[in-house]
Each structure stands twice: as C-alpha cells, then as structure tokens.
Write a protein that binds this ligand. Structure first.
Ligand SMILES: Nc1ncnc2c1ncn2[C@@H]1O[C@H](COP(=O)(O)OP(=O)(O)OP(=O)(O)O)[C@@H](O)[C@H]1O
Length: 269
C-alpha cells in the first residue's frame, strides 16, 4: 500500500533502538531496533511468545526496557509513565475489551479526558469555560464516532453493541486522544469474517484521513499483508527480518520461524 499524502502536521518517526527486556533471566526482547516512518502502517509479527506484546508494552510505557531507547522525534519515551507517553500523542488499544459500561459517547469522552484543560472544580461547578470545552470535546467525539462508523450508536449503551462494534469503540476511544501514533494490539482478534473486513476498512480509512502512523501487532496475516507498509518479524525476542510484506513472507528465516505453526502467508500465525 502506498504512503498517504503527508498530513498538515506529519507525525515524527518512532525510533526503537536496541531495546532489551529481561524477565528473570528470560530475554523477552533482545536488542530490537526498527523505525516507524511517518504516516505508515508498521506491523510487528512473530510466532507465539516471540515478544510482540512485550514490545507493545515498552512502546506504551507499561514496561521499562533494561537497555535501549524509544524516541518519537526528539522526545525520549523510554522512561516516561504511560499517561505522559499518551499526552505526547501515542495512543494504544487493548486486545481484550474492557469496555462494557456507559454509552459510546461516555467512553469516547474518557478518551478526551487527557486533552481537557478545564480543571475538575471548574467542570464540577459547570463554569462557562468548562461547559464550552465540554461541548467542543463532545463534538469531536461525535466526529470520530462517525469516521469509525459508530455515529448511529453514539448514545447507545456499549453493553448492547456487538463484539465488532465494541472493538471499534475501543479504537475510537484511542483516536479521541488525537494521536500522532496509534498502537493497535490485535484489532481483529476474536472477530468473525465480516467484522474483520469492516475493521480492516476502518483502519485503512483512519490512516488515509488522519495521516497518523500505526504500529500493528496482529496474528491475522491477511490483515498484516493488506495493511502494512513495513513489517518487523520477531522470533524468540530477536528481530529476524524487516521489509515489505512481500519481502518478509519470502524470507527464509521468517519461513523457518513459522514452520511448525503456520506459513507466514497464511491466515493465522
Ligand atoms: N510479565 C512477564 N513475566 C515473565 N515472562 C514474561 C512476561 N511477559 C512475557 N513473558 C515471556 O516473554 C516472552 C515474550 O512474550 P510476549 O507475550 O511478549 O510474546 P508474544 O509474541 O506477544 O506472544 P503471543 O503471540 O502468544 O501473544 C515469552 O517467553 C513470555 O512467556
């Protein structure tokens, strides 16, 4: 897939350099480096236990690496708390949906929380400035819901939505942060074929419309091959290949890593 036209403010590159994570002697990530070019979709794939989730947890600040750095442009993310990383424009989705409370609007407004300037007291006292800000956030949340195809469900309780729709609420919540980099953790896990197709279209659309960079961890190779500009393949914590989807699916080391599970060109890893 080609790189979209550069947005007004293109995101800076996300640069992962020499990242190493150890769990009690186990090297979950071993000197991993890759760069997510501005406005591209970069997939991180690999067999079970390869280190994909660990990598994502480093990018979003849940884990601190024992060595290496993660930079977004000039900003060093490695030692920042997750909420500080989010405030710099790196938003993530979670593989397991936790959202069953409130309406779609409520959940998207939670995503706007980090961007609120009016303080808690001003909001609680319903001061004019806080009310104005609240209205602007609600309008933005509605715009994002519409972009994701959730406009008709904006005031619906999340608990009444289908699984696919709830996964899209999770994506919309992350987008409400107006991120420059979006980390998608298995966005189609557990979905049926129709829901997967819809989610794939949504990801293509937000990438084209918003021009943000996307880092994708996904077992569905069909989705990876369709969406990714660049792929990093992990195996036993090491980055064993980088390249376009076509390059990595032909790479002998990648084929070897997947042997015994499924071919890298198949629909499951
Ligand atoms: N909190 C932890 N404590 C100890 N070991 C861990 C921890 N998290 C992950 N590991 C180990 O680190 C390695 C990498 O795990 P990780 O979950 O990152 O792999 P993965 O590629 O995401 O796997 P999967 O595709 O199964 O989700 C595995 O051997 C795993 O058992």
């Amino acid at each position: 897939m080609s790189t979209p036209a550069a947005p007004a403010a293109a995101p800076p590159p996300l640069d992962v350099r020499g990242v190493t994570v150890r769990f009690a002697g186990l090297l979950a990530l071993d000197d991993v480096s890759f760069t997510v070019a501005p406005g591209t979709v970069h997939a991180v794939i690999g067999p079970n236990g390869a280190g994909k989730s660990t990598c994502f947890n480093v990018l979003s600040g849940l884990y601190r690496p024992s060595a290496g750095t993660v930079r977004l442009g000039a900003a060093e993310l490695t030692r920042l708390a997750p909420h500080r990383i989010a405030a710099l424009g790196v938003a993530r989705t979670f593989q397991n949906i936790v959202t069953t409370q409130g309406t779609v609007a409520d959940n998207l407004m939670l995503g706007r929380h980090a961007l609120s300037h009016a303080g808690f007291a001003a909001s609680a006292l319903r001061l004019p400035r806080a009310l104005r800000e609240q209205r602007a956030h609600l309008a933005k949340a509605r715009e994002i819901a519409e972009l994701i195809g959730l406009g008709a469900h904006f005031d619906s309780p999340v608990a009444l939505l289908s699984y696919g729709d709830r996964k899209r609420v999770e994506l919309a919540r992350a987008l409400c942060l107006e991120p420059r980099v979006l980390l998608l953790d298995e966005p189609v896990a557990g979905m049926n074929a129709a829901e997967r197709t819809r989610m794939t279209g949504v990801i293509e659309e937000i990438r084209a419309e918003l021009g943000l960079s996307v880092v994708l961890v996904e077992h569905d190779m069909g989705l990876v091959m369709r969406l990714a500009d660049e792929v990093t393949v992990l195996d036993f914590g090491r980055a064993i290949a980088h390249g376009t989807p076509d390059e990595v699916r032909r790479d002998p080391e990648v084929l070897r890593a997947y042997l015994g599970t499924a071919g890298a060109g198949e629909d499951a890893a």
